[in-house]
Design a protein. Structure first.
Length: 314
């Protein structure tokens, strides 16, 4: 499907939602890159008539993005920003306290983290890259399930969308899921997508009325490497590669539209989905993980969350 058809399908879907109940969409990582592209397209296709929440670190970026959303005609529409460093679970718990009180139709998570360091442990004892790519997403979903269920009970969409690496994962070590014993950048790169697959499947099995989606965005021109890396060398190389590979890469706006298409149109029933960079279903292609590993990851994550949050109260 070409981009024009994807745009048209997204516009048709969102414009057909009943005006009596505005959609609520939360974009974690929505102040930059693909998340920003998804949020801006969502705002445009709803003509601003939605409750849109951007979650991230950069308040100035969020305010700039929101100021360019279409001016809504509905008095019930609301566009807001919640500041949150998602490397810490305590921050997520604080951010979700208010969000969980209402309904949420779409929970989108696309935060990124790039570093030249090896294991970079936060004060909660969790590696920051793993936190951003997996633990934070689990925490957002788990905390916001009541709001998603509320949307479902109202007969509306209730969808969770994680942008990371469907089809890009690898085998995992159930004896070292937190990667404290053996750590390498390649192992983390491969584990994140597999953890997301297993996470979505387990949440789906526990919440059969909600749609859980994991997508691979492909190669996208975003500022994560050129602006946000913790190394001047990485920032320089990323800027150079963005220029050289520009013809082969999607813009964040185009990727956002494709991701939105996958969430709204492809994932049309409540189950676990895996999508391509064009928002198409890939089924179980390049899938890693077993049912036993899925269970082990869930048990590990619950324990990791408990340790992280209890540790801060001592």
């Amino acid at each position: 499907m070409n981009l024009a058809a994807i745009r048209s399908a997204n516009a048709k879907y969102l414009s057909s939602l009943p005006p009596t109940s505005l959609p609520v969409a939360v974009f974690v990582g929505g102040t930059s890159g693909i998340g920003r592209g998804m949020a801006e397209n969502f705002a445009r296709h709803t003509n601003g008539n939605a409750h849109i929440v951007l979650v991230g670190r950069n308040k100035a970026a969020a305010e700039s993005i929101i100021s360019n959303f279409p001016r809504p005609s509905s008095l019930a529409a609301k566009h807001e920003f919640i500041q949150c460093d998602v490397t810490l679970m305590k921050n997520i718990q604080k951010a979700t306290e208010e969000l969980s009180k209402g309904k949420i139709n779409y929970l989108v998570m696309s935060p990124g983290y790039i570093t030249v360091k090896d294991r970079d442990e936060s004060e909660e004892g969790i590696d920051r890259k793993l936190a951003v790519h997996y633990y934070a997403r689990w925490k957002f979903i788990n905390d916001l399930l009541p709001a998603l269920k509320k949307a479902k009970e109202m007969g509306e969409d209730a969808k969770v969308f994680s942008v990371l690496g469907a089809g890009q994962g690898g085998s995992i070590n159930v004896n070292d899921l937190g990667m404290r014993q053996v750590y390498s950048k390649m192992a983390v790169k491969k584990a994140g997508p597999t953890y997301n697959d297993l996470m979505m499947e387990e949440f789906s099995s526990r919440n059969p009325g909600i749609t859980f989606i994991h997508a691979w965005p492909g190669w996208v021109r975003t500022p994560i490497g050129s602006q946000h890396a913790d190394s001047a060398v990485v920032r320089g190389v990323s800027t150079m590669l963005n220029g050289i590979l520009r013809p082969l890469m999607m813009s964040a706006e185009t990727s956002g539209e494709c991701m939105l298409y996958g969430m709204l149109n492809t994932a049309n029933e409540p189950r676990a989905w895996r999508l391509t960079e064009h928002g198409e279903d890939i089924g179980m292609k390049n899938y890693f993980g077993t049912e036993e590993e899925r269970t082990a990851l869930w048990v590990h994550t619950v324990e990791e969350m408990r340790n992280a949050l209890v540790q801060r109260r001592v």
